[in-house]
Design a protein around this ligand. Structure first.
Ligand SMILES: [Zn+2]
Length: 91
């Protein structure tokens, strides 16, 4: 579980995601399947919010150890866009 405290938490992972450009598939709001197109490796990232704290959980080795990985960074990017769309629609 990775706690998302600030953009800096994910900064390196975001940079890696920009390089790798993984495919992010939306399973549902808060659940994403991230695929490395080069290797075909697929991981599931769950984004959640508890007590006003934001968390991401990725099924890769780094994610299981609580390290910010680029899968989480890519999924969080998609999650933020979705959350903003939902906020706009729920006026
Ligand atoms: Zn990961």
């Amino acid at each position: 579980m990775i706690q998302l405290t600030s953009a800096a938490t994910l900064e390196k992972a975001i940079n890696k995601a920009r390089t790798v450009k993984p495919r992010v598939h939306i399973n549902r709001f808060g659940s994403y399947t991230v695929t490395n197109k080069a290797t075909g490796a697929t991981y599931t990232v769950e984004c959640s919010k508890r007590d006003n704290k934001r968390f991401a959980h990725c099924t890769c080795k780094a994610g299981e150890r609580g390290q910010a990985c680029y899968h989480a960074a890519a999924a969080v990017g998609a999650h933020i866009v979705l959350a903003a769309e939902r906020a706009t629609l729920n006026f």
